[in-house]
Ligand binder design. Structure first.
Ligand code: AMP
Length: 577
């Protein structure tokens, strides 16, 4: 069957994907999943596309072209290597590079593609994108909207009628789109954004902050020299990424000015205060988008995160607080659009395709802490550290502080669940860190949680000032399927009337559903492990059950999945030693 690829032709980066065994797979370009959408010529007049062009950006900005997507559809020319080119021509070089890499990877010629564009692209811009494809030797079978592709990645069959908000925050642009799926038809009802707002602005705020600190210390302006500015830019971008997973990030650059070194630490709290106004601004666009679509926030079934900058925890927090719905973040936000385009490409090629499947944690893990509210201490507060639906393996850290002077030890308690009161969740384990320094209250303790694919949670508590630390491993799989329906009912009984309770206590909703999915995965894994060692007759009974279980997951048929779980579990009872 002829391969049709899916391409996300982005402003900053581009990606290419195809369907293998029904699933979207991203094709690496020079070993990386993401290729900078950058074109240049080197001093010998050789054409550079992707990373190599991006690398010479600082030394030869006049011979490098970035963000050509912003000019698509315009009657303008850009200069490169002494010649003039149209935006289509430059974009075609990016597409050609992706096509060549895909051909080398797949070992066959690639002639057809589905290419994504922003929902707000007009006919000119769409036509220009098609032309760029043709110039690259690709027949663009279909141009699809980026938010539509993102929706397809989560729900390939578009079987469920739903209202989806796609929040796309990349390096240089922000878009909010309201997508409605009705009877298998997807429509972008409204789209609103800011073509000059993204992660680059966060970097800029950090660069200014660090440069100001250095100036205060040494009376030297690091931004005066373009090379130093660039070094600083790369260093803060790295720190910014670290702050998505940890409460502090260190920025160290040796000999940043003569003999002087740069060595500073940024806390997530300070960083978040810097970027909060920008994130609030994105929410302005979100509300405008909802208003244009005539949709109330309460009508949104799902919020999908797209773009690298959505890994910033503050994005998750602000969206959850303002819209009252936790965004979905399990599919890699850099690759989701290309994967969705591949699903559409697969459908065009007549293949069976399903949504992107990722290993995630269905539960939130966190700790118990004392919080202060209006001068009063509140104990037993649950602080989430690894949130549910996070892809595995994952490592996340948070900072805490002792609350009394001379506090010698802390009791680290780890809970699984979604309740705001820690003890309402399931206690996974606890341990003490003793012999802390004899210092006033506020002694910082860092807590790192690392959760792997087997459900082993490694918890490390570290006294920041001394490095004194303790690590304990906890097995979360023992608690995985525990869902106390009675307790949940009791909890809800005080809040809702009986009719609502009936609806809410449907075992196939919420955590009940997650438990069934997680049990199904566990059962399939155990069954697959058995296939090689059992006789043919048993295998011929087990194999279809595994397949049917996968199909039920892909189709979101939880009721059927629950039945299959029972059948699989019965068979395993007899087949396992
Ligand atoms: P995109 O344009 O979608 O490729 O997004 C690129 C932007 O995402 C850049 O500004 C990156 O610095 C940013 N980014 C990538 N990874 C992270 C991360 N872990 N935390 C915060 N921002 C990130």
């Amino acid at each position: 069957m002829e391969t049709v690829v899916g391409i996300d032709l982005g402003t900053t980066n581009s990606e290419i994907a195809f369907i293998r065994d029904g699933s979207p797979e991203v094709i690496p370009v020079e070993g990386e999943m993401i290729m900078p959408s950058c074109v240049g010529v080197d001093p010998n007049g050789r054409l550079l596309v992707g990373r190599s062009a991006r690398n010479q950006m600082v030394s030869s900005p006049q011979s490098t072209i970035l963000s050509i997507k912003r000019k698509m559809g315009q009657d303008v020319k850009v200069k490169l290597g002494g010649k003039e080119f149209s935006p289509e021509e430059i974009s075609s070089l990016i597409l050609k590079k992706l096509k060549t890499e895909a051909e080398a990877y797949l070992g066959q010629e690639v002639k057809k593609a589905v290419v994504t564009v922003p929902a707000y692209f007009d006919d000119h811009q769409r036509k220009a994108t098609k032309n760029a494809g043709a110039l690259a030797g690709l027949e663009v079978m279909r141009i699809i909207n980026e938010p539509t592709a993102a929706a397809l990645a989560y729900d390939a069959g578009l079987e469920e009628n739903q209202t989806i908000l796609v929040y796309d925050l990349g390096g240089g642009t922000f878009d909010a789109s309201l997508v409605v799926v009705e009877n298998g038809v997807v429509e972008v009802k409204a789209s609103h954004g800011d073509t000059h707002l993204g992660g680059d602005d966060f970097d800029n705020l950090l660069v200014q902050h660090v440069a100001r600190m250095f100036k205060d210390q040494h009376d030297i302006d690091l931004l005066a020299d373009p090379k130093t500015k660039n070094r600083l830019w790369a260093a803060v971008e790295k720190a910014k990424r670290e702050l998505s997973d940890a409460p502090f990030a260190r920025i160290r650059e040796e000999f940043v000015h003569g003999d002087l070194h740069l060595d500073t630490e940024i806390s997530r709290i300070d960083y978040e205060n810097m970027i909060r106004p920008l994130i609030k601004k994105t929410m302005g666009s979100v509300h405008q988008c909802l208003k244009d679509a005539g949709v109330l926030p309460s009508r949104i079934d799902r919020v999908i995160l797209v773009g690298g900058s959505t890994r910033t925890p503050l994005v998750f927090e602000v969206i959850s607080n303002e819209l009252g719905i936790e965004p979905r973040h399990e599919i890699n936000p850099d690759l989701i659009v290309a994967m969705g385009a591949a699903i559409q490409a697969g459908v065009i090629a007549g293949m069976e395709t399903h949504s992107v499947l990722v290993d995630i944690t269905p539960y939130t893990y966190g700790t118990r802490a004392v919080d202060q509210y209006r001068g009063r201490f509140i104990s037993d507060v649950f602080v989430p550290i690894i949130r549910r639906n996070t892809p595995l393996p994952v490592s996340k850290s948070e900072a805490f502080a002792t609350i009394v002077d001379g506090q010698e030890k802390v009791d680290v308690r780890i809970y699984q669940g979604e309740q705001p009161i820690a003890s309402d969740n399931i206690l996974i384990g606890n341990f003490f860190v003793e012999d802390l320094s004899d210092v006033p209250a506020g002694n910082e303790i860092l807590l790192n949680l690392h959760l792997n694919l087997d459900g082993i949670l490694e918890v490390t508590a570290t006294e920041k000032r001394t490095g004194l630390s303790k690590t304990v491993k906890m097995d979360t799989s023992k608690h995985r399927d525990v869902f106390d329906l009675d307790k949940a009912r009791r909890n809800l009984a005080s809040l809702v009337d009986d009719e609502d309770l009936e609806a809410i206590s449907d075992p196939f909703r919420g955590e009940g559903k997650e438990a069934i999915l997680s049990q199904a995965k566990d059962l399939r894994k155990r069954a697959e492990a058995l296939l090689g060692s059992i006789d043919e007759e048993d295998a011929s009974q087990l194999q279809p059950l595994i397949q049917q279980s996968k199909t039920a997951v892909a189709e979101g048929d939880i009721e059927r999945l629950a039945e299959l779980n029972e059948s699989l579990s019965d068979m395993l009872f007899y087949l396992e030693d």
